[in-house]
Design a protein around this ligand. Structure first.
Ligand SMILES: Cc1cc2nc3c(=O)[nH]c(=O)nc-3n(C[C@H](O)[C@H](O)[C@H](O)COP(=O)(O)O)c2cc1C
Length: 237
């Protein structure tokens, strides 16, 4: 999927009043993905999130579809460390920093998150891509470029999770093209302690449930009692 929907949303106050009560009806952890155009935006949003009954915050420092913010901070060690440490001062809940794959060395960026005080990192966000309409000779997306997600990006994501796992000792939430239990296991062997599913939900809304039961099948087949036992257990050639 190549998307360019940006990050439009009704805002944190609306979320607190309307969306959160709905989400609280379900017996599951709630991690809120937060973004802003300036560092002050990130701080203001996280100050409010800190007062809410949620389980953690994922800072989006990696959206490729907004002109300012996000990826502007997320593309350098210093930028990531600065936003993370400023948010850390106002947020007492678990803090995950979401990393962009559109950088030369994602392990360096992960170190910025860790040094800024993040409890974990999540990766990858979408890869910057472009689709051209050959009749019009124009990009198909109004924004010209968009973020690529889904199974096509999985090998890039698995490699990046592996690189980040070698570089930092904080937990990794791995994502990028997971649609099957087998895919999730790959991320965990590469070093992710948890996984996340985006584009897969558009293909089949039951993807997450299927992935969980396929992980269980793998555990049974290989006599694995605790899924954490496979984290980072890939043996390189
Ligand atoms: C339609 C769409 C909207 C997305 N919106 C966000 C977002 O608001 N914040 C964010 O951090 N990532 C966002 N992402 C990125 C995904 O969370 C995920 O990092 C990426 O798509 C790779 O995983 P996937 O292949 O499982 O989708 C979005 C992805 C898609 C496809």
């Amino acid at each position: 999927m190549l998307n360019s929907i940006g990050l439009q949303n009704p805002g944190v106050e609306y979320f607190a009043e309307n969306d959160l009560p709905f989400l609280k009806k379900f017996d599951t952890a709630i991690i809120v993905n937060a973004c802003g155009s300036t560092i002050e935006d990130y701080i203001d949003v996280c100050k409010i999130l800190d007062t809410l009954d949620i389980d953690g915050v994922e800072l989006n420092l990696s959206c490729p579809n907004v002109k300012n913010g996000c990826m502007a901070f997320g593309s350098s060690y210093e930028g990531v460390k600065e936003v993370t440490s400023k948010v850390r001062k106002v947020l007492n809940k678990p803090l995950i920093v979401k990393l962009t794959p559109n950088v030369a060395n994602i392990a360096e960026i992960a170190k910025g998150a860790k040094d800024g005080g993040a409890d974990g990192v999540s990766l990858i966000n979408t890869l910057l891509g472009m689709k051209i309409d050959i009749e019009k000779r124009k990009p198909v997306l109004a924004n010209n470029t968009g973020g690529l997600s889904g199974p096509a990006i999985r090998p890039v994501a698995v490699r990046m999770v592996y690189d980040v796992a070698k570089a930092v000792d904080i937990p990794i939430l791995g994502m990028g093209g997971i649609v099957k239990g087998e895919d999730a296991i790959e991320f965990m062997l590469a070093g992710a302690t948890a996984i996340s599913i985006g584009a897969g939900n558009f293909i089949d809304p039951y993807t997450s449930l299927n992935v969980i039961s396929e992980i269980e099948d793998y555990m049974e087949k290989h006599n694995i009692e605790n899924i954490n036992d496979i984290v980072g257990k890939v043996e390189m050639n």
